[in-house]
Write a protein that binds this ligand. Sequence first.
Ligand code: IPD
Ligand code: CA
Ligand code: CA
Length: 266
Amino acid sequence: MSMNFLELEQVARDWTYEAGEKVKQSLENPIHIESKSNPNDLVTEVDKAIEQFFYEKITQHYPDHLFLGEEGIAEELTSLEGTVWIIDPIDGTMNFVHQKYNFAISVAVYHEGVGMIGIVYDVMSDEMFRAVRDSGAYLNDVELLPVLERPLEESIVGINARWLVEGRNPYQNPLRALVRDLRGTRSYGSAAIELAYVAADRLDGYICVKLSPWDYAAGAVLLEEVGCKISTFQGKRLSMLTPNTVIAGKPQLHKEMISGYVGEEL
Ligand code: IPD
Ligand code: CA
Ligand code: CA
């Protein structure tokens, strides 16, 4: 029997609210922080506990589903066959630690490689961005409208200022030119929230030199549901198994940002 993704989204949403409550409660106590690949790549016991929470729920209720999470609790995935949950337990851990605000739980379900469910829950502002493929996208209970285009010079794009100065980043110059030509830029410190903001028409686009599948898996479902595009800088489909460059936006802007700025293979 084929899976009912509307029903599954309801379950995923309930678990996400439950996880959000746990994250909020954790803020009442001191948070233990560690760093991962570099001193600014932070992780806390809350990230791990939330991933564990989802992993247990999913294996208990859907034993044949697979799991891909940032903190690596499950076995490594080598293919997207079957039904795969792609989860970032806290996206924006630096904000979680420093601001106690502006972080999200990102939950996606992919079926045979196709994004079926996307949930981005901004815990502190209690904003849940959610979509089921071909069934519309919502912010809490309000349906998101198909996006309206704006010219590039009137557009606001999410980008982390670090990409304009990082010495080892080959896209520094095209990104500087893009930032010069846009109306403005914003940086919220959570890729998942920024992608959700594009879907909700709070940003016109979002761009990042390197992200991992759990950062954009849910955002991609939201974006496609409102008619936006998301791809690598070269316009290719994003892999859900390896890191990628990521560019998202309204279709015309997405196209122009690629062809006029970052599309060249470097
Ligand atoms: C990070 C956030 C951030 C982005 C980083 C990600 P994390 O995720 O999405 O906005 O710039 O590249 O790694 O580590 O907070 O889950
Ligand atoms: Ca992340
Ligand atoms: Ca994370």
